[in-house]
Design a protein around this ligand. Structure first.
Ligand SMILES: Cc1cc2nc3c(=O)[nH]c(=O)nc-3n(C[C@H](O)[C@H](O)[C@H](O)COP(=O)(O)OP(=O)(O)OC[C@H]3O[C@@H](n4cnc5c(N)ncnc54)[C@H](O)[C@@H]3O)c2cc1C
Length: 382
């Protein structure tokens, strides 16, 4: 009864879609999570942005697949996960940013991504009322979108159970002992065995990594988010304002499927640690910057703020790799600020790792996400 093909540690942005992909391939799967239901770790802290328009082969390919899954979910299952194809935009307000964005566009277009440069006038049609002082134009990728992280986790969870996945909630993994042909996993409530283990433990990646001799460079990096009351749609895409300020880097916001504006800012310097109390710094800081850029936002009431973490790696790329000492142990960690959008595509990739059925593209993707890389690179506009 306690014997599985695969045990996944963590029912979050990565673990739940991975269970679904594995169960579809007929592997017996158990997910263990110390929280009370799926998606209650950092998954529910995400604001729901989903884009394929990155600058690296691995992230682009994985997120292209994720977008296929998110965007077809409702027609395929009848369940609404809040997907809308609202697109992403990176407006430029100085020559340097314009040049960098246009340079990156060439790479993105070479991957076949639907992303273009639009003029300031065209951008003002997408975002009517935006403050156009110094606005030089913007990138615009209409096929990117957004969905609800909690609805998605619940939908993937239900579907994975239909395919036979089992879940243990309120149960914490404490130890992993490698045996000859399997792993023995001990929790605070029981013992389980599996041929494969997937570490999808988010913020806790390094702790689980120690159990299989991996020194995983994943540090929880705090970010806050907020959501307003719902109103009629009044602008199109996710807006990422890249201009740094004194104590913050970029900030980004969009209007979700229910008409609520949902937003985040990147603190500078970063706040490390897992303290998840909202700060008095966040809302005054981010709302001032947002209202300067888009004065109409001043009319909205903020309903709720929260604080969570990006499970951060030094270079902003995830680690998806077999553990060096244990070929049947897969780390799928360090999702940084993109675990929600990477999750479904990664889940399928992990199922092919377990099935030993990797394509040439998969191998190339895994190179970008290798544990053995030197972590010195940094993705543009991460
Ligand atoms: C404010 C904010 C906004 C964000 N916006 C976006 C966005 O727009 N788009 C996007 O793609 N990403 C976004 N993110 C990032 C995203 O939330 C994370 O990258 C993602 O949730 C990480 O997924 P994960 O599966 O690695 O971790 P999680 O979703 O946290 O799942 C890990 C799970 O492992 C469990 N666990 C850990 N240790 C153990 C143990 N020992 N035993 C049992 N269970 C254990 C935890 O309880 C948790 O449920 C945002 C994050 C924040 C904070």
């Amino acid at each position: 009864m306690n014997n599985f093909d695969v045990i996944i540690i963590g029912a979050g942005s990565v673990g739940v879609p991975t269970a679904l992909a594995l169960a579809k391939k007929k592997f017996s799967v158990l997910i263990i999570d110390e929280l009370s239901s799926p998606g209650q770790g950092q998954n529910k802290k995400a604001i729901g942005g989903i884009r394929a328009t990155h600058s690296d082969f691995g992230k682009i390919k994985i997120c292209q697949r994720s977008i296929e899954i998110f965007s077809h979910w409702k027609e395929e299952t009848g369940v609404d996960i809040g997907w809308i194809k609202n697109g992403y935009s990176f407006p430029a307000f100085n020559e340097n940013d314009e040049q960098k964005l246009k340079e990156l566009l060439k790479t993105q277009q070479a991957f076949g991504l639907n992303i273009n440069w639009i003029s300031a006038e065209e951008y003002k049609e997408l975002v009517p009322g935006i403050n156009d002082a110094n606005l030089r134009g913007s990138t615009y990728s209409p096929d990117d979108g957004s969905a609800s992280p909690l609805l998605s986790a619940a939908a993937f969870y239900e579907k994975s159970k239909e395919y036979g996945s089992e879940y243990k909630f309120r149960e914490k993994v404490l130890n992993i002992i490698p045996k000859e042909n399997h792993f023995q996993i001990s929790t605070d409530k029981g013992k389980y065995e599996a041929k494969f283990v997937v570490n999808a433990s988010g913020n806790n990646a390094a702790f689980i990594g120690e159990m299989e001799n991996s020194d995983l460079p994943v540090i929880p990096d705090s970010h806050e988010g907020a959501i307003t009351e719902p109103v009629e749609r009044f602008f199109g895409p996710m807006i990422v304002d890249m201009r740094p300020a004194k104590d913050s880097a970029n900030y980004y916001f969009y209007q979700n499927n229910e008409g609520q504006v949902i937003f985040c800012i990147t603190p500078k310097p970063p706040f490390y640690g897992t303290d998840s109390d909202s700060t008095s710094w966040f809302l005054p800081k981010v709302s001032k910057r947002m209202v300067q850029l888009f004065p109409k936002l001043a009319n909205l009431k903020v309903r709720r703020t929260w604080r969570g973490q990006y499970p951060m790696t030094p270079d902003g790329f995830p680690i998806v790799d077999f553990a060096e000492d244990f070929p049947n142990f897969i780390n799928a960690v360090g999702m940084c600020g993109q675990g929600f959008m990477l999750g479904p595509g990664l889940g399928e990739l992990i199922s092919r790792m377990v099935a030993n059925d990797l394509s040439e593209d998969d191998k190339k993707i895994l190179k970008s996400f290798s544990y053995k890389r030197d972590f010195s690179g940094m993705e543009q506009f991460k």
